[in-house]
Design a protein around this ligand. Structure first.
Ligand SMILES: Nc1ncnc2c1ncn2[C@@H]1O[C@H](COP(=O)(O)OP(=O)(O)OP(=O)(O)O)[C@@H](O)[C@H]1O
Ligand SMILES: [Mg+2]
Ligand SMILES: [Zn+2]
Length: 860
């Protein structure tokens, strides 16, 4: 077996093995060849458990499974009736788990790999029998003995309730099944057999309907969970292996139509990949050698071989799954409140019910039957089922919708906070702008250092940095045939808000902005000569960088990047949604910040703060919170991480953004589509509305039944119907959240264009990248976008010589004035103007019209 295969057994590569050991047990299994090692191998089993209705059953499921040896963790997702068990299959098998759950009447079954969940679409025989018998008994006016059939109906439908009730009672807990059973017994005692049958039928029937309604939610969840194929094919040997047994560095093959099984980098071949499962956007993304691919994405055409860059359980999609699971288990503020109320409500009403039916009997008050009925109605109404479900089902559905459109939200709480947002702060580089810099000028200062040396130092040091500017500088080096040697760099340090430092061949080199210049050299302002060197670029708004070697300024360069497609529309949309302040916080220069604002004139920012250190961003987010209320911060860099944590909702951009930002943020945009930001806020608002409606409905209906019972007649069946009916209503109302929000046609058209442009741009950049690194002779490193923007049909980012406002904090009025002076152009018309521009960006030969950007067609 060749290299990759040996690695996989891991015996030879101890360093690799060590790093893997850190990350989980599977490494242990691999190093042992999967045999002799006695360490446990945890596996996750997904079960459909139809009997999970209220949160009352959650505790039951947990206590049943916790008793089993070899079960490490249990999580119950009520809305989709899913139980996720992490267990050691050697100690406790799947079938044993199922048996234990079914012993308590929970109707559990293992979800088949890749199945859409919930299996039984048909009502159980118990329900059918109860229904049929009840129907037959309604003919008792023809033949009176038929009334006994109602009693038989109650008897026939009760077994599942009995099992569950018994399981709950044996844990000394009171659940809805017990309450309903008491009501049935009461009805029988009152000789009202129809009522008894009706209670059983309504209760079990409604539960079934609820399950049916949950099928959709459940399907959404499992589609998220089972995107990854279980097997992978090693490229060199063609051997089929378990995805779990792959190690970092293995090369696997992915053929057309297959799903990529692990995160990695393409080493060979070309194809287009649909990343919809991660980003929520379905369109082909071109891949060639050096491109990153992610597990769970679909290889549309062409053959690629991929060098894995993460273990299966550490892949982005696995992390995503984990987050979604955790999010479903985390409780939101509203839910905690409701749960704590329900804790007192149920026993309270049960005691009241018992009192109402027994006390009048003891005191000899008139009509004991009426009191008994009233007590039973109270008992049945004691189930706060609908109220308890009102929040988790809504957040569950919303989380799924969010995940589907490429927004990963780390909990129900955050979803609710999203709906409260009144202020938004954007980072500039990599958030509002693309983070793909192009270098306008690069000069050596003085004659001490040769250009080639300078470039070699810079690209070696910068290849250790993940800053967007670093990538541009490394590319620039490549274009001048300079190969970076990061291994020669020592004492590498990131200076937040300033730049980077490294020692190469004994020389201390600083690369960064004027702060770095001031720190590293004796000059506190840039010498005049450098100003003429980097000059004023015709496009304006460039950032200037300095290279300082051993305390002396040796190089100066200028670079800039452009706003993302859709950034202006996103800001505009936030405004129309009533977000009171939208601000920009950037570590970059004031000129660069103004350059971004000029491109954004359709979406005016209230404030622009530039040249900020990470701590300044935190301070400003704090100030915004105090001034404008709940604040959202959107950012991508390490320098944004503290501010993201400080904000009420911190949103990190993209899977390619910095890991620190993703870690500290409360939500992550899987794609770089900034238009998802207003969408997320809208979703948050919808969730809040849905929850409010759910709570009101469940409280009002219960209250109405009680009032009716007190004022008029205590109808048992009406109480049961109200209980299960509201549960159903709450579920159905929440399911509306599974639909994506109503789409604004214009925004969608724009997004469609943005997608195709963005995609071609990155394809082009990657091609240029690949070319530069493989031949080291390409002349262009960055693809300049024509006319400072994109296809004019959906973008109005034409470059213009706008006024230079270089104050650090610019009052909103000035900005608005500035933008109103800029020629106004309607957002996105359907004219074909300027479409030729796009053709420059196209990696493939497809014509502009086929992109649908000018004809207004939306690609889906
Ligand atoms: N690796 C680097 N190489 C060169 N200059 C750098 C590097 N990192 C940072 N700088 C300089 O420091 C400045 C501040 O960087 P910082 O990361 O705080 O903000 P930014 O990424 O430019 O902007 P934003 O905060 O909007 O994302 C940059 O504008 C740049 O001039
Ligand atoms: Mg940034
Ligand atoms: Zn209930």
């Amino acid at each position: 077996m060749a290299g990759g295969g040996e690695n996989r057994r891991g015996a030879s590569d101890t360093a690799l093995e060590e790093s893997l050991l850190l990350s989980e047990e599977t490494a242990a299994i691999r190093s042992s060849g999967g045999k002799s090692e006695t360490r446990k191998k945890w596996e996750k089993t997904y079960l459909d458990v139809l009997g999970v209705c209220c949160s009352a059953e959650v505790a039951l499921v947990e206590s049943l499974l916790a008793r089993l040896d070899g079960v490490r963790a249990v999580s119950v997702v009520v809305p989709s009736r899913t139980v996720i068990v992490e267990h050691d299959p050697a100690a406790v098998s799947q079938s044993r788990i199922v048996k234990v759950l079914n012993g308590a009447g929970l109707e559990a079954s293992v979800r088949a790999y890749g199945s859409s969940g919930i299996i039984s679409r048909w009502p159980s025989p118990y329900i059918v029998a109860a229904g049929a018998l009840l129907l037959a008994s309604s003919f008792r006016w023809l033949f009176p003995p038929l009334q006994w059939l109602a009693l038989v109906a109650a008897w026939a439908g009760a077994p599942p309730m009995l099992l569950r009730g018994f399981a709950a009672a044996s844990r000394l807990s009171l659940d809805i099944n017990i309450l309903m059973l008491i009501a049935v017994v009461g009805a029988v005692a009152l000789k009202d057999y129809t009522e008894a049958g009706l209670i059983v039928f309504l209760f079990t029937g409604a539960e079934w309907l609820e399950t049916l309604a949950c099928t959709k939610a459940s399907a959404g969840m499992s589609s998220l969970m089972s995107m990854i194929p279980p097997k992978a094919v090693l490229a060199e040997t063609g051997e089929i292996v378990n995805v779990r047994d792959l190690v970092v560095g293995d090369v696997i093959m992915v053929r057309a139509g297959e799903v990529v099984p692990v995160d990695g980098v393409v080493v060979e071949g070309q194809s287009e990949v649909d990343e919809r499962s991660l980003t929520g956007e379905s369109y082909p993304v071109p891949k060639q050698p050096m491109s990153e691919v992610w597990a769970g994405t679909l290889n549309l055409d062409g053959y690629i071989s991929v060098r894995t860059s993460a273990l299966a359980e550490n892949s982005t999609v696995a992390k995503m799954e984990k987050l979604v699971e955790e999010a479903q288990n985390s409780r939101s503020k509203t839910q905690r409140l409701i749960d704590s109320c329900a804790k007192y409500y149920t026993p309270g009403v049960v005691v009241l019910g018992a009192g109402v039916s027994v006390l009048p009997l003891l005191l000899g008050a008139g009509d004991p039957e009426r009191w008994l009925r009233l007590g039973l109605v109270l008992l049945v109404s004691a189930c706060p089922c609908a109220l308890v479900l009102s929040t988790p089902v809504a957040t569950f559905c919303a989380l799924l919708t969010a995940a589907r459109i490429g927004i990963l939200i780390k909990g129900g709480d955050i979803l609710e906070s999203l709906g409260e947002i009144t202020a938004v702060a954007f980072d500039k580089t990599g958030t509002i702008t693309r983070g793909e810099f192009s270098i306008h000028a690069f000069h050596a200062v003085g004659d001490k250092v040769q250009m080639a040396h300078l470039l070699y130092w810079i690209s070696s040091i910068e290849s250790k940095s993940s800053h967007p500017m670093a990538a541009a500088l490394v590319d620039y080096g490549h274009s001048k045939s300079i190969q970076p040697k990061p291994e020669n760099v020592t004492e590498f340090r990131i200076l937040p808000g300033e730049g980077v430092h490294g020692v190469i061949h004994g020389r201390h080199v600083y690369i960064g902005n004027k702060r770095a210049l001031a720190r590293a050299s004796s000059c506190h302002t840039a010498p005049e000569e450098t100003k003429t060197m980097v000059g004023a670029h015709p496009k304006g708004g460039a950032s200037v960088g300095y290279v300082i070697c051993d305390g002396e300024l040796v190089g100066v360069f200028s670079l800039s990047d452009d706003c993302r497609t859709g950034a202006a529309e996103a800001i505009q949309e936030l405004r129309t949604m009533g977000i009171s302040s939208v601000v920009m916080l950037t570590g970059d220069s004031a000129e660069a910040a103004m350059h971004a604002q000029e491109q954004l004139h359709a979406g005016v920012l209230d404030e622009i703060h530039s040249e900020l250190l990470p701590a300044d961003k935190v301070r400003l987010v704090g100030a915004l919170k105090a001034k404008a209320g709940p604040t959202m911060m959107v950012g991508d860099g390490i320098n944004d991480a503290p501010a993201l944590a400080m904000a009420d909702v911190g949103v990190s951009m993209g899977i390619s953004g910095s890991a620190a930002a993703m870690e500290t943020s409360h939500a992550t945009l899987m794609s770089s589509d900034i238009l998802r930001i207003p969408e997320a806020v809208r979703l948050g608002r919808r969730v809040r509305r849905t929850i409010a409606v759910n709570v009101v409905v469940s409280v009002v209906v219960k209250a109405a039944v009680l009032v009716l019972a007190l004022a008029w007649r205590p109808l048992l069946w009406a109480a049961v119907l109200a209980d299960v009916g509201t549960c159903l209503l709450v579920v159905l109302n929440s399911m509306l959240l599974l639909r994506e929000g109503s789409k604004d046609g214009k925004v969608e058209a724009c997004r469609a264009t943005a997608r195709s442009l963005e995609m071609r741009r990155s394809a082009q950049a990657q091609l240029a990248d690949g070319a530069a690194s493989s031949t080291a002779s390409a002349t262009s490193t960055n693809i300049e976008s024509p006319a400072g923007g994109d296809c004019h049909c959906c973008q109005n980012q034409t470059s213009k010589s706008a006024e230079h406002l270089v104050a650090i904090d610019i009052p909103a009025d000035d900005l608005k004035a500035a933008s109103s002076r800029a020629p106004a152009k309607s957002g996105f018309t359907e004219e074909a103007t300027g479409c030729d521009d796009t053709s420059m960006l196209m990696a493939t030969s497809s014509s502009c019209a086929s992109q649908g950007c000018c004809s207004g067609q939306v690609r889906t």
